[in-house]
Design a protein around this ligand. Structure first.
Ligand SMILES: Cc1cc2nc3c(=O)[nH]c(=O)nc-3n(C[C@H](O)[C@H](O)[C@H](O)COP(=O)(O)OP(=O)(O)OC[C@H]3O[C@@H](n4cnc5c(N)ncnc54)[C@H](O)[C@@H]3O)c2cc1C
Length: 466
């Protein structure tokens, strides 16, 4: 499918032949926001996306007769970059803010852990352990110097702050759930970024948290965003996979080659794809650049979506510490999103975070479904298989880079040694977790950076501050 925009941007611009021609490879939220900023700065921009539609990890899909996000998405009140973008799209005032509850499944029991009183009554920990755990979270949420945290391993840091018992009982299972055995290589900056983001969602202390969503989900956001890009003059090409970027000696530009053999010429190319994909795109990259791009350790995901007749519980997130459970959390979207969006039914996600080469990626859907449903039956006595109206599995090998020790010293450069070729991706989110707000903020900062210093030789990447 190929759609080419023809709408005219309201701002006066030089005619097409004078405007720098940019290609943006990857049409996720990062590629779309990068294209948007480049267009606003008066460039001619073409997006190439390998999937049949824009959106990447944020894209919607069909679950039975429901269209909703392929992966669960919430917005926080503190997501200022995303909220500004939504305001540009006329959607910010539509965000619904909803107080949600958090569950905790441990030792075969489900607990509510949504306020200070429930935390104090939480049986698996002693009072002293709880006080140290609460102090760890408050301390982490106030820390600003993430560079210092990059030098210490997450397990050492959390054990020191929370104590051995709480580390073994709470932190270790949660770290394993998100990182598998790679938790051993993660720095304290990893957990700090998660705590800082989630703490911002709470109004104060351990009080109720409030999450937001746009009615219609990311399908609506992406539709509005694509319309905006087209109105700004973007050329949008979907089902187009870039396979090589070559320097064109005659034109002093770059030639992008696609999997169908076609080529297109540009002045500049920015790839917003994962590091290993970017490393394969240009034969002109130095050995050090290739090694940095391939050196980023990603975590992947197998994420099941379930449409149910009845709810499981009323927690938006249920964290799980029992290792026999084959998924790493339960996300009950219908505890947040008005059920009229789901025609009165309930939407649940069961994510399982795994390394990109994990054998679970090869398992057939039927086997994953059987294992996941058997676990739900054990966890929720009221759950019945007959309640499952639809079940669908998403598999993605490169979801987020792991914040390993001294991560920021090994960042891939944004401005590569191939003139006019830039790489901007989630590996450049160095002091945050992967979320759309960080993604939009990265696009805003990186676009300014590569526009202003197109020929810079420096390896420095702009680090957005939170
Ligand atoms: C399970 C899950 C839950 C999440 N929950 C939240 C949440 O609650 N809140 C939140 O804010 N964020 C959340 N996120 C994160 C959010 O989805 C990401 O921050 C965002 O979508 C990243 O966008 P991106 O453009 O950087 O990457 P991607 O979306 O991965 O985009 C990269 C694009 O490049 C394309 N591509 C790759 N190779 C090529 C090629 N050779 N040629 C052309 N195109 C190519 C891909 O098809 C893809 O569309 C979640 C993500 C996941 C997976």
């Amino acid at each position: 499918m190929q759609t080419t925009a023809s709408a005219v941007h309201p701002v006066m611009r030089p005619n097409n032949s004078e405007r720098p021609r940019w290609a943006v490879i990857g049409g996720g939220m990062l590629g779309m926001t990068t294209a948007h900023r480049l267009l606003q700065a008066g460039n001619d921009v073409t997006i190439f996306e390998s999937a049949p539609a824009l959106g990447g990890l944020a894209s919607p899909w069909e679950l039975g007769d429901l269209t909703w996000d392929r992966h669960y998405h919430v917005t926080l009140r503190s997501d200022s970059a995303l909220r500004s973008l939504l305001a540009e799209l006329g959607l910010e005032s539509d965000i619904r803010w909803v107080p949600t509850k958090t569950g905790f499944y441990t030792d075969g029991r489900l607990y509510s852990l949504s306020n200070a009183a429930e935390f104090l009554a939480f049986p698996p920990l002693r009072l002293t352990d709880k006080l140290r755990l609460a102090a760890t979270i408050v301390y982490a949420s106030r820390l600003k110097d993430w560079r210092r945290l990059e030098k210490v391993s997450v397990s050492e840091w959390l054990t020191r702050l929370s104590g051995r018992r709480t580390f073994a009982k709470i932190w270790l299972p949660l770290l394993r759930a998100k990182l598998g055995e790679n938790y051993r290589q993660a720095s304290a900056a990893f957990i700090w970024a998660i705590i800082a983001r989630l703490y911002a969602a709470r109004r104060s202390g351990m009080k109720t948290e409030s999450f937001g969503y746009v009615p219609g989900g990311y399908a609506r956001i992406l539709r509005s965003f694509q319309e905006r890009l087209e109105a700004e003059g973007a050329h949008i090409n979907t089902s187009q996979t870039a396979v090589a970027i070559e320097t064109n000696e005659d034109s002093d530009g770059l030639s992008v080659r696609f999997s169908d053999g076609r080529r297109k010429e540009f002045n500049r190319v920015v790839a917003t794809v994962p590091g290993p994909v970017a490393a394969r795109l240009s034969a002109g990259l130095s050995a050090d650049e290739v090694s940095r791009l391939n050196g980023v350790q990603y975590q992947g995901i197998i994420c099941a979506s379930l449409l149910l007749k009845r709810p499981l519980a009323d927690y938006y997130v249920t964290n799980i510490t029992d290792s026999w459970v084959p998924f790493t959390a339960v996300i009950e979207m219908s505890a947040l999103v008005d059920r009229s969006e789901f025609k009165g039914r309930h939407l649940v996600y069961l994510p399982k975070y795994v390394q990109p080469d994990h054998p679970a990626f090869e398992l057939p859907d039927e086997q994953i479904e059987a294992e996941f449903l058997a676990a739900l039956e054990r966890m929720y006595p009221s759950f019945r298989r007959a309640d499952v109206l639809a079940f669908r599995i998403s598999r993605v090998r490169h979801v987020f880079p792991i914040a390993t020790l001294n991560y920021s010293d090994r960042l891939p450069p944004m401005i590569t040694s191939v003139p006019g070729f830039y790489v901007v991706n989630s590996s450049h989110i160095v002091n945050g977790t992967l979320n759309v707000n960080e993604t939009v903020q990265l696009a805003n900062t990186a676009t300014d950076y590569i526009r202003m210093k197109p020929q810079a030789q420096s390896r420095q990447v702009p680090v957005p501050t939170i």
